[in-house]
Design a protein around this ligand. Structure first.
Ligand SMILES: [Zn+2]
Length: 69
C-alpha cells in the first residue's frame, strides 16, 4: 500500500497493529477506513486529535465557573 499523504510504502497489517498498540483505544480501521495512511501520518493525525481533545478539556477546566458556594 502507498500512503495517500506522504507516498511512503507500508504494510497495512503492521501499521494497524502498531497504531493500535501505540494508541490504546483507537482503531486504525475506524480512523482510516480507506487503510491508505502510513504509521507516521496516522500517528501525526492521532496526536493532533488527542491534543485537540486536551485543549478542549483544558478550556472547560479553565472556563469561568460560578463557584461562590
Ligand atoms: Zn504517510
Amino acid at each position: 500500500m502507498t500512503c495517500s499523504r506522504c507516498g511512503a510504502e507500508f504494510d497495512v497489517a503492521k501499521v494497524r497493529r502498531k497504531y493500535e498498540k501505540e494508541f490504546d483505544g483507537l482503531e486504525y480501521d475506524w480512523d482510516f477506513p480507506s487503510n491508505d495512511v502510513c504509521f507516521e501520518c496516522a500517528e501525526c493525525e492521532a496526536r493532533s486529535n488527542i491534543s485537540e481533545g486536551i485543549d478542549v478539556l483544558s478550556m472547560k477546566r479553565g472556563g469561568f465557573y460560578d463557584s461562590d458556594n
